[in-house]
Ligand binder design. Structure first.
Ligand code: ATP
Length: 320
């Protein structure tokens, strides 16, 4: 049976990561394991920056966004010789297994470490909801609520000034944040990688709304669709009659107090990950599918196409 495990957060930070760390530490201690916190993701593994955690190390963190362990992106971790340094640092302390909280890039690092003899279990920590092996990632729900809060505020001024707001939200190449927030806000138009709308059609629809004396319009757009959203807003102003303003929500979306949903999701997944490591499993990622916590092989899970939510996409047209 294993005696020592580590936990790290990697890639972009996400609200709820701290709850996942807490669950791993508390579950690990419950089963008599030593649990090491590794600072700044894979960077801490390579630089030997890790410390033994106790139950107080994770007190009072459930309500904190970000990650108490820090996170980083370390490109060099793709090189086997760099990963070997990490493995040597772990072996020196007798750490036999890891919980890696991050996105699909972090999962690949976890899989490769498993192949080098350190069993790793991945937890989906990212606001983007872009991981196929789970219905929801840790941080998505909080981020979604933050976006809705921002749109509520923007709506007030957009209505008062009779403008058109073009609101760009995060999601990397996944449209879930735009789709879910757009539906939650009942906006006029939602543009995502799975629901693209040709530029002429957008302009035509907005012009019709303006001509029909609609007081305001809100358009939610996934990031990485328009290279210059301000230029796009200018074009809408010139061609539709609406005064259009681009609003790039930016990193305000990433931080903040995790929602209860994310906290519970993280707690369930963190405890499950420790169970997996105790069973000797590695190279897997944890997900929640139909409200059940499950695991899947990382190499199978990462390339699998994500659910494109056809029934929700249908709602865009039904409810507009
Ligand atoms: P997010 O979804 O928030 O971007 P992520 O985990 O996908 O999170 P990445 O920057 O893609 O973020 O990956 C995080 C880290 O994982 C990288 O900086 C690198 O250290 C490691 N990593 C990524 N891909 C690989 C790979 N193919 N092999 C080994 N390590 C990798």
């Amino acid at each position: 049976m294993i005696r020592k495990i580590g936990v790290l957060t990697s890639g972009g930070d996400a609200p709820g990561m701290n709850c996942a760390i807490r669950a791993v530490v508390r579950a690990g201690l419950k089963y008599g394991l030593d649990v090491y916190g590794i600072m700044d993701g894979y960077k801490g593994l390579v630089e030997d920056d890790m410390f033994l955690m106790d139950r107080h190390s994770v007190s009072d963190i459930v309500n904190r966004g970000g990650t108490i362990l820090g996170t980083a992106r370390l490109r060099e971790f793709k090189e086997e010789k760099v990963r070997q340094i990490a493995v040597d640092n772990l072996r020196k302390r007798g750490i036999e297994a890891l919980v890696v909280i991050g996105g699909d890039g972090s999962y690949m690092g976890a899989k490769k470490l498993t192949e080098m003899g350190i069993n790793c279990v991945g937890l989906p920590g990212t606001i983007d909801n872009d991981i196929a092996s789970t219905d929801y990632t840790i941080g998505f729900d909080t981020c979604l609520n933050t976006i809705c809060y921002c749109i509520d505020h923007i709506r007030d001024t957009t209505s008062s000034h009779q403008r058109c707001a073009i609101i760009e939200v995060m999601g990397n190449h996944c449209g879930d944040l735009a789709l879910f927030s757009g539906l939650a806000e009942g906006v006029e138009m939602i543009i995502t990688p799975d629901h693209p709308i040709p530029e002429e059609e957008i302009i035509d629809s907005l012009r019709k709304l303006h001509d029909a004396k609609r007081k305001r319009a809100i358009v939610v757009v996934s990031e990485k669709i328009y290279p210059n959203i301000n230029e796009f807003a200018k074009k809408i102003t010139v061609e539709t009659g609406f005064e259009a303003k681009a609003e790039v929500l930016g990193r305000v979306q990433r931080g903040g107090t995790p929602s209860a949903f994310d906290r519970i999701l993280a707690a369930r997944m963190g405890a499950y990950a420790v169970d997996c490591l105790l069973e000797g499993k590695g190279g897997i990622c944890v997900g929640m599918v139909d409200n059940k916590i499950v695991d899947d092989d990382i190499y199978q899970a990462v390339p699998r196409p994500r659910d494109k939510h056809p029934s929700m996409l249908r709602l865009i047209d039904i409810l507009k």
